[in-house]
Write a protein that binds this ligand. Structure first.
Ligand SMILES: [Zn+2]
Ligand SMILES: [Zn+2]
Length: 374
């Protein structure tokens, strides 16, 4: 393979301060600084809810330093490795197409998270997405709204042949997160899962993943466009409009379908909460059978109220899910490629990022992606 010519400068979209539009201008192509670093030519970059949160100044734990390049879900082609590249980096020679998530860029390798014994879905000791000392691409490290970006070889995923970069980009946050959440539902045929917010970026991928995993799926949303988008996927999931049907009616219908007699044995085995309102949270918890599981993915500023009776008397478990290991991300992308799981997308050129953002706030549903080939 011929080594690509790497220019000294590139185009990038910068955020210069909170609550400002992006500024499209020239920047220096980033230089590698660690043996694990890969320089990637960006092919596609997804816009995530967290980008909007960051621009609004609500992402307090890891404030970026300005000017900042956002985007933490993107796909690209490796164009350069570091001098003295690590074995991890050598797994991705020049020309390899990779998907890049936010976490975990330059983890310390020595803290309790990094050295923890690996579970079935976590990474080998030495690397952890939970390392508090690691940087997050697109948050406190420059991200993918640029022609070139740096990534840590231990965080990236090789893109399966035949799966496009535009299809990969939204998978590297939305896809990874919903896949990891569904893995907490013990996904297997015969199980029923509910998805609150099924017509959003994560939700509409969740409908596809969950049905392809063989589960019976109930998707719930409460606005015209998300409900229409969820129905348009024809996944076989039951799409419920929460404005028209009560949780109790949904539970009774599920009980009827399964031939159950008692209220406590009717409903879904597991519910994934992607929405931020207390009303939607309560609706979702009501759908769960006794002894079921609530997987909380969204984290509204004021939190959620949980009924102690649901925990004590109905024995419902609440678990959280934010990050996905590199191991699970690799499994997710292979699953998506093999099963044709794809985000519904609207594509924009990099120069039109501000128009993309306007559209994001105007029309909910699906994923908005920067396509560098446009
Ligand atoms: Zn995200
Ligand atoms: Zn660490």
């Amino acid at each position: 393979m011929t080594v690509p010519e790497i220019p000294r400068t590139m185009k990038a979209q910068f955020l210069d301060a909170y609550r400002q539009p992006y500024s499209f201008r020239d920047a220096e192509v980033p230089a590698t600084s660690s043996p694990h670093d890969l320089l990637v030519k960006v092919d596609a970059a997804g816009y995530c809810h967290t980008d909007a949160t960051l621009v609004a100044g609500h992402f307090a734990p890891n404030p970026p330093s300005f000017p900042h390049i956002g985007c933490h879900e993107f796909a690209g082609t490796v164009v350069k490795l570091s001098e003295g590249a690590s074995p991890a980096a050598k797994n991705f020679p020049v020309g390899t197409r990779v998907g890049i998530p936010s976490c975990s860029f330059h983890p310390c390798g020595t803290c309790f998270e990094c050295t923890k014994e690996a579970g079935p879905d976590s990474d080998a000791p030495g690397y952890s997405v939970y390392c508090a000392h690691a940087l997050s691409i697109g948050v406190d490290q420059h991200g993918g709204f640029a022609e070139y970006a740096l990534a840590d070889a231990r965080q990236v995923v090789k893109i399966p042949d035949g799966f496009s970069s535009v299809d990969t980009a939204p998978m590297m946050c939305a896809g990874m997160t919903i896949y990891a959440a569904l893995k907490k539902c013990d996904p297997q045929p015969g199980r029923t899962v509910g998805i609150m917010g099924c017509g959003g970026g994560l939700g509409h991928l969740g409908l596809q993943f969950a049905t392809k995993m063989g589960m019976a799926v109930v998707g719930v949303d409460a606005a015209d466009q998300p409900v229409e988008l969820a129905e348009s996927l024809s996944t076989g999931a039951w799409i419920v409009d929460a404005r028209k049907e009560t949780a109790n009616a949904v539970v009774k219908e599920l009980g009827r379908r399964e031939g159950k007699k008692d209220r406590g044995e009717m409903g879904v085995d597991c519910i994934v909460i992607l929405t931020e309102s207390q009303k939607a949270f309560d609706y979702g918890v009501q759908l769960v059978k006794n002894h079921g599981t609530v997987v909380v993915v969204s984290y509204p500023v004021n939190g959620f109220n949980i009924s102690a009776m649901d925990i004590v008397a109905r024995k419902i478990s609440f678990v959280g899910c934010l990050l996905s290991s590199n191991k699970l991300a690799t499994e997710m992308l292979e699953f998506a490629a093999n099963n044709g799981v794809k985000a519904v997308q609207r594509r924009y050129p990099l120069s039109d990022l501000n128009r993309l953002v306007e559209e994001y706030h105007r029309t909910p549903g699906g994923k908005l992606v920067v396509d560098m080939s446009m």
